[in-house]
Design a protein around this ligand. Sequence first.
Ligand code: 4AD
Ligand code: MG
Length: 460
Amino acid sequence: MDKKGIKAILHMEPAGQEVTVDGWVRTRRTSKGITFFELNDGSTIKNLQVVLDEDFPRYESVVRDIATGCSVSVTGTLIPSPAKGQQVELKVSGVTIVGGAPPDYILQKKRHSFEFLREIAHLRPRTNSFGAVARVRSAMSYAIHTFFQERGFLYVHTPIITGSDCEGAGEMFQVTTLPVDKPPTHEGEVDYTKDFFGKKASLTVSGQLEGETYACALKNIYTFGPTFRAENSNTSRHLAEFWMIEPEMAFCDLTLAMDVAEEFIKYIFSSILENCPDDMDFFDTRISKGVVGNIERIAKSSFKRVTYTEAVEALNKAGVDFEFPVTWGVDLQSEHEKFLTEKVYELPVILINHPKEIKAFYMKSEDDKTVKSMDVLVPRLGEIIGGSERESDYDTLKDRIAACGLNPSDYWWYLELRRFGSVPHAGFGLGFERLIQFVTGMQNIRDVIPFPRAVKTLEF
Ligand code: 4AD
Ligand code: MG
């Protein structure tokens, strides 16, 4: 006897062969003495239709017990299905109810809002939308590793707990074992020498600085792990815990980093279209009309490469009344980013050479006012990648660290990379959840990660 997943079974030629399938009952309906139930096992968005005839032993009581939500193991024969939209169905010869589900099981056939499903994050993977997101997320992780591994990049595991602030933005969650109600003090300040690490520690906002140390030894590396930001922004594109992919390349300038970013995004798009056709079809019909056509088009297009200065001019020329007015030097808001990709260029945009005042300390200078930065912007979301060429000159970097109000001695090891065999190098960080949002068309970032962490959100 054969125990296959539903995805494999749905591709089989139905010729009366016997199979056993395990799964959860999605729906049950009875018509003219025959009971049909839809079985799902997570291998595909599609359900297997399972048919129970009236002459089944103890028909009445079996049908009563197989309620929506229960887990079953079903044996039967595969026959051609007369119903539209499916090739096969399973005519049951034996059923074992593995775990029953009482009538208060909440995921009955009716549709629930995503807001409500967030409150039952332990059950939402049993819905079509969250099953599809989970499969796409997994396939995308695999494609990300494949892209870099095939190109000889090393996967480096950078630390989660850190003593330095990579972005210098002070948006870090502190890690401590000191008693928070009464910490030890020294001259009126908290005495971190008494803390676990003997100094102030936090959760990392980015693995970049540690990633650079490996790139400056092994040339091309990438990280792929969780990062944490205590940003107080309650938006559909911000999480307090999100995953980031950060390639870092030695002997590499900004132009090459842009080429890699563009090739990378297109590769991921093509790979998901090829490997997740059923889930993508679901997103296209049920979540966001046209999402498939859109990513197909982008996978074949060249991204627009535009300087910050050109973008500011284009925004001002547009004559639009933005909520936040645009002048040279301001950090562009998501309304501006979206306008650039959706209305001005109608393509993903790689925005480069931002004013140095609005960017992190480690970026290499382009001229006295701008740095060799790059942000990749996409329609609907705005920024999905942030990156740059890195400052590789010791003295310039030290001055920039101090000018940004940070203490150069905290970054001694990062500075030393510029003393011994310094090289031009560049890299970027892609927000994994933003990429999934873009590919699936899901509106809220909290619905593309299994258990979202955000401001005042920590159930589960
Ligand atoms: O632009 P960011 O802050 O860049 C860095 O962290 C660099 N150290 C990366 C590098 O050069 N290696 O963040 C990179 C990306 C953003 O473009 C965005 O996609 C995502 O990370 N991101 C977030 N995603 C979800 N929630 C948040 N709060 C995010 N903050 C940034
Ligand atoms: Mg950024």
